[in-house]
Design a protein around this ligand. Structure first.
Ligand SMILES: [Zn+2]
Length: 280
């Protein structure tokens, strides 16, 4: 389950879900699936929404609920025209058939031209009590600011960047430990830290990138005194001449070699040997 959908459900269950939401990012199929699942939860009469067993849930799952209406253009730019929005407005003024609310799913809103968006804006500003909107769009930024300011945006794949950030932080932390061990000329410790790279080529690459950046930042600190003194000063004091520059270059070269077919264990030995060769 995507983090965005979990957030939508959580907001819905706490009664905090806005009457108009926008699902962006991810694939068109993932956006549509999320929109349909959210619509199901909106019409559900069960306790834990969506319960999956009430008549509303069953009809919604079969794409056969009379109060869930899906609108879209044909996928090409500008194809979601003002005529379609006018139809939505007419429909919105009619009370729901069987559910407490009427849900309008508007797919691929990036294909709305400005006229269509302006027409939509009118109803987003003063929606009838019983109406809920679920818009999907490739990126919220491709819509008019006035539309965006009236919807709550839920972005799919929210885990991905967070995961990536966590990975980068972890790689940076390992890079710091390696540079610190190099500063102490602790060859054994470097071997220990880098042993884990044997199993994970990508991880080795990531750490190379971070170590290259870090060595370069400490070098800049060494030369200019600019940077985070509390972290860099003790390390900077233990490197001489162009050692930091060389460490950074070795990391870049090993990283480049990693992208080819060369055996990772071979590169790992080379990596350690070359780093220590610079420190004699
Ligand atoms: Zn239900």
């Amino acid at each position: 389950m995507d983090g965005a959908y979990v957030q939508i459900l959580s907001d819905l269950r706490r009664g905090k879900l806005s009457h108009a939401i926008l699902i962006d990012d991810g694939t068109p199929q993932a956006r549509e699936d999320t929109a349909r699942k959210a619509a199901q939860a909106l019409v559900c009469t069960g306790e834990e929404k969506p319960c999956g067993v009430c008549s509303h849930c069953i009809k919604a799952a079969a794409n056969a609920h009379a109060d869930i209406m899906v609108f879209s253009g044909n996928g090409s730019p500008g194809s979601f025209k003002v005529d379609i929005v006018r139809e939505i407005r007419r429909n919105a003024s009619v009370m729901p058939n069987e559910a407490a609310v009427k849900v309008f799913i508007l797919l691929s809103c990036e294909t709305m031209n400005p006229a269509a968006q302006n027409a939509l804006l009118k109803i987003l500003e003063e929606p009838p009590q019983h109406v809920r909107f679920i818009l999907t769009c490739n990126l919220a930024g491709s819509l008019l600011d006035t539309i965006r300011s009236r919807v709550t945006v839920y972005s799919l794949h929210t885990e991905q960047p967070a995961q990536q950030q966590a990975r980068e932080r972890a790689a940076f932390e390992i890079a710091g430990r390696i540079l610190n061990s190099l500063a102490l000329r602790d060859e054994k410790e470097v071997m220990l830290i880098t042993a884990e790279f044997e199993k994970d080529r990508d991880w080795f690459s990531d750490v190379c990138v971070e170590l290259s950046h870090l060595a370069f930042r400490v070098l800049v600190y060494q030369i200019t005194g600019e940077g985070e003194a509390d972290i860099y000063s003790s390390i900077a004091d233990r490197f001489y001449g162009n050692q930091l520059q060389r460490i950074s270059i070795i990391c870049d070269e090993i990283y480049q070699a990693m992208q080819g077919n060369i055996n990772a264990n071979l590169l790992l030995s080379l990596f350690c040997a070359r780093l220590f060769a610079e420190l004699d």
